[in-house]
Design a protein around this ligand. Structure first.
Ligand code: FAD
Ligand code: DLZ
Ligand code: SF4
Length: 506
């Protein structure tokens, strides 16, 4: 019997299970731009433009392949502005069809569609998303019965499963993980590649006009818009990364430099997450660079680990923990998100750089997200749900399944430690070691307390002291608390008073 195949904005893959299971001679594809998806958080204009443009191009490609596509523009008359509403409208025109789709990436939307189908009595077939390397069942089997879930062990399973960087059952180079070689600060006299930029075509220009008009007031700059919006462009971006930036990806993975927004990062997450690139094809391209002698093992292993390790691992955690995960608040943190997350107006140079480039590019790299904006929010005691909504809104690669474990879990420790064995809390010293921001900052990173001291310094101790009941028994923090206990009480008071003054000003 004929199907209506719903294809979501982050399902733009030719090998999507629901397309493979369908038949172009019989079925109709539905794609819809809807306000409910475009505004469940105030998405960055570049993110909305990227998705709408990529959706419109993908619909064109499907038509060229012979599919009938019902594509609903955001401003089409009659658009009900929700995905279940658009399915309902399509089925009024195509009665008797069953709904066929690939499982949505977010719990929110999966539930919306399931509840709608149940209510309407519409037959619905939801296929598992085979674009991930580990199925739900595989992750569950792996996680079952383990006291602690550690990415490293899961990652090794994924190496074995995919055969990436393997010699039989032995890891390439004799070690699974070369991270210890990947913590170098960068120098600003190094050759700095840039991600491949793409010129908007007519279809994309129309989307830019739409987004400007409808979402122009959201946080974030729409132009210049240079993202890939087709699979072919995204494949070019992948080649460009593998040739230009990958060789140094490992060495400078954790580095930050003033004025360098991308360093040696791939800026591919947005393409992978929307389906323009497959995670495995990306890894195979990168592995090829290693075998051809164009990139060292520490870079290639580190990169592949992010994708088949972290990316798959956080997705597993998300589905194990939902619903409820995004409400977790281990420390009971209540502070609203400071306004400068939306304006970039702060005289902390590292924060201004991370937030400023987030506004301009809908992008910041991992260490900026984790050790600058994330670290600050946790130290300051910001409500993790507000932090979560900010991250979900401002990055072009953000979908809840990957964003929430990274924010709620890894960065805010709001789940009490599913993803890491201790909070990623750090004082200014870490940022100074890994970046050149401090040299041009209004604050003095070497100053620990009082006027002009780097705010990360007193906030770090205040965070630890404030949460001692929750963290005091953590074996990885014993030494840190010992250092605190050995401090003169006057010194302790200086730290806590300085922290109080900073927090009062937020
Ligand atoms: P690269 O540095 O080039 O890394 C290569 C690829 O590895 C990425 O494209 C991505 O697919 C994958 N990857 C790397 N780290 C992770 C990770 N921790 N989790 C999952 N995949 C990873 N990633 C998202 O895709 N969406 C998000 O919304 C998101 N939110 C984050 C929020 C916080 C607080 C933190 C600490 C991390 C977050 N990440 C998120 C993970 C990571 O920061 C981004 O994937 C990465 O910065 C994207 O840029 P890139 O493509 O240049 O990545
Ligand atoms: C993020 C997003 C946005 C901004 N707009 C749409 C849209 O209009 N139509 C659509 O099908 N998908 C959109 N998306 C992506 C969805 O939010 C995404 O598919 C779900 O969150 C599941 O991951
Ligand atoms: Fe950031 Fe502190 Fe360095 Fe300023 S001194 S850039 S606030 S770490």
């Amino acid at each position: 019997d004929a199907n209506l195949i719903l294809v979501l904005g982050d399902q733009l893959s030719p090998d999507l299970p629901s397309l493979c299971a369908g038949d172009p001679d019989r079925d109709t594809v539905l794609m819809a731009e809807v306000a409910s998806e475009a505004s469940y958080v105030p998405h960055h204009p570049k993110k909305i433009a990227f998705l709408f443009a990529a959706m419109r191009h993908f619909a064109k490609e499907l038509r060229n392949e012979g599919w009938r596509v019902r594509y609903v523009d955001l401003e089409d008359t009659g658009n009900s502005q929700s995905l279940s509403g658009e399915v309902e409208r399509a089925l009024e025109d195509l009665p008797g069809r069953a709904l066929l789709l690939t499982e949505p990436g977010e719990y929110r939307l999966k539930t919306e569609l399931e509840e709608w189908a149940e209510r309407e009595g519409t037959p619905m077939r939801m296929l598992e998303d085979s674009r991930f390397i580990a199925s739900h069942a595989e992750f569950r089997d792996w996680a079952d019965g383990r006291k602690q879930l550690r990415m490293e062990y899961f990652y090794r399973e994924m190496r074995r499963k995919t055969g990436l960087l393997m010699h039989g059952d032995k890891p390439e180079g004799g070690r699974w993980n070369f991270d210890s070689e990947n913590r170098k600060p960068a120098r600003d006299d190094l050759f700095m590649p840039r991600p491949l930029e793409h010129r908007p075509d007519e279809t994309t220009e129309a989307v830019l006009d739409l987004v400007e008009r409808r979402f122009g007031d959201n946080f974030g700059r729409l132009k210049p818009f240079w993202f890939a919006v087709t699979r072919a462009q995204a494949l070019d971006a992948l080649d460009h990364f593998a040739e230009e930036a990958l060789p140094c990806f490992g060495d400078y993975q954790d580095a930050m430099l003033e004025g360098e927004r991308f360093l040696y990062h791939s800026v591919l997450a947005l393409y992978i997450n929307a389906g323009l690139l497959g995670p495995l094809e990306v890894c195979h391209r990168v592995e090829r660079a290693y075998h051809e002698g164009n990139a060292p093992l520490n870079a290639v292993e580190g990169f592949i680990r992010q994708i088949i390790g972290w990316r798959e691992f956080v997705r597993g955690i998300y589905w194990m923990q939902m619903p409820g995960y995004t409400e977790q608040n281990f420390f009971g943190a209540m502070r609203p998100l400071p306004d400068f997350y939306w304006s970039g107006e702060t005289d902390m140079a590292c924060m201004a750089a991370a937030i400023g480039q987030t506004r301009d590019e809908a992008y910041a790299h991992h260490i900026q997200r984790l050790m600058v904006t994330g670290n600050f929010a946790m130290l300051a005691g910001v409500d993790p749900h507000e932090v979560h909504e900010w991250y979900l809104a401002v990055y072009a690669d953000a979908y809840e399944w990957v964003e929430a474990p990274n924010v709620i879990g890894m960065s805010q420790f709001a789940d009490g430690g599913l993803l890491g064995s201790k909070p990623y809390a750090a004082s200014g010293n870490y940022i100074n070691k890994m970046s050149d921001h401090c040299a041009g900052c209004a604050y003095d990173v070497k100053k620990k307390t009082g006027d002009g001291a780097c705010p990360f310094n007193p906030l770090y101790w205040d965070f630890l002291v404030r949460n001692r009941k929750k963290l005091g028994n953590n074996p990885r923090l014993v030494q840190v608390y010992r250092t605190w206990d050995q401090m003169e009480s006057d010194r302790q008071s200086e730290y806590l008073d300085s922290a109080r003054a900073i927090l009062d000003r937020l």
